[in-house]
Design a protein around this ligand. Structure first.
Ligand SMILES: Nc1ncnc2c1ncn2[C@@H]1O[C@H](COP(=O)(O)OP(=O)(O)OP(=O)(O)O)[C@@H](O)[C@H]1O
Length: 278
């Protein structure tokens, strides 16, 4: 990691509430969250379902529904405030500055379009170039995400590919705008365990090769043990602990972090730690 003075992403005191409908009170989804990501750094945002992880990821791309009220002391990407960007600037940040990978590769892909054409289309969204150049770039992207026989795979439709291959295609599309930050929201949850490991290794390698920042959103502390530089643990919209990964795993400070660690499959004692939060 080579942290520069200005972080790629600076989040300070982020608060997000969904407006309650039919007289119901607003629901606070994120409450006072702060973190930074530098180029070349991986931050894992970890917590159970509903703790506000995806809401945070979507806020970075200003993709929250209109019912979401968002404010922050700072929400800066490459030194610019994301909350005050106009639509045009936002479009260039989405996919250009910040790339996004979601859990469900199948629904992110068009079933009736060859995957090579979909990646080429993503390239042309971000860069003026000929159809030929876009196809060449798409092929290079498929090779970058280690798709074997990439030239042949370009002509396949998504359904003909395995789940892992599809997720590689989605990652290739997310890279098409040459982002400096990649947000990956549960990128492996829908995959078999062995494939999960391959995709995580790929993300880690890409993050290093391209010197990107990576925000990895997951409910599974085990998933990030090998690859995060820092881990931020969230519970009910609040960050309870944020530390370098090695320190957090070796000596978790917050009881909730200890409970999450103990509840991983294969962890010895779930018992008392978890009971406190059940
Ligand atoms: N569109 C929405 N309208 C109202 N409330 C929402 C909306 N989206 C999320 N929420 C609520 O905001 C809180 C945080 O949800 P969020 O999806 O960010 O959590 P999460 O940690 O990503 O969980 P998951 O992994 O299940 O997606 C939850 O209480 C959820 O019910």
């Amino acid at each position: 990691m080579s942290p520069s003075a200005t972080p790629l992403l600076r989040v300070e005191d982020l608060r997000i509430a969904y407006q309650g409908s039919q007289g119901r009170p607003d629901a606070v989804a994120v409450d006072g969250l702060s973190f930074e990501i530098h180029r070349g750094e991986t931050l894992a945002l970890v917590g159970e379902s509903g703790c506000g992880k995806s809401t945070t990821g979507l806020a970075l791309l200003r993709l929250l529904p209109a019912s979401a009220r968002i404010r922050a002391r700072r929400l800066d990407f490459e030194g610019r405030g994301l909350l005050t960007l106009d639509e045009r600037a936002l479009r260039s940040v989405r996919g250009g500055g910040i790339g996004m990978v979601f859990q469900d590769a199948l629904s992110a892909l068009n079933p009736i379009m060859r995957v090579g054409d979909q990646v080429a289309e993503a390239v042309r969204l971000h860069r003026r170039c000929s159809a030929r150049e876009a196809r060449d770039e798409a092929l290079a992207l498929l090779e970058r995400v280690r798709i074997p026989e990439a030239a042949r795979r370009m002509r396949e439709y998504p359904q003909r590919l395995s789940g892992g291959m599809r997720q590689r295609i989605v990652i290739a599309m997310a890279l098409a705008g040459r982002p400096s930050l990649l947000v990956a929201d549960e990128p492996t949850t829908a995959l078999d365990v062995t494939i999960q490991a391959q995709i995580l290794t790929l993300l880690r390698s890409l993050q290093r090769e391209l010197d990107m920042g990576l925000l990895l959103i997951t409910h599974d502390l085990g998933v990030v043990a090998e690859m995060a530089d820092r881990v931020a643990v969230m519970r009910d919209g609040v960050c309870v602990e944020s530390r370098p990964a090695a320190a957090l795993y070796a000596d978790p400070q917050h009881p909730y972090t200890r409970a999450l660690l103990a509840s991983r499959p294969g962890a010895a004692a779930i018992g008392a730690e978890w009971q406190a939060f059940a």
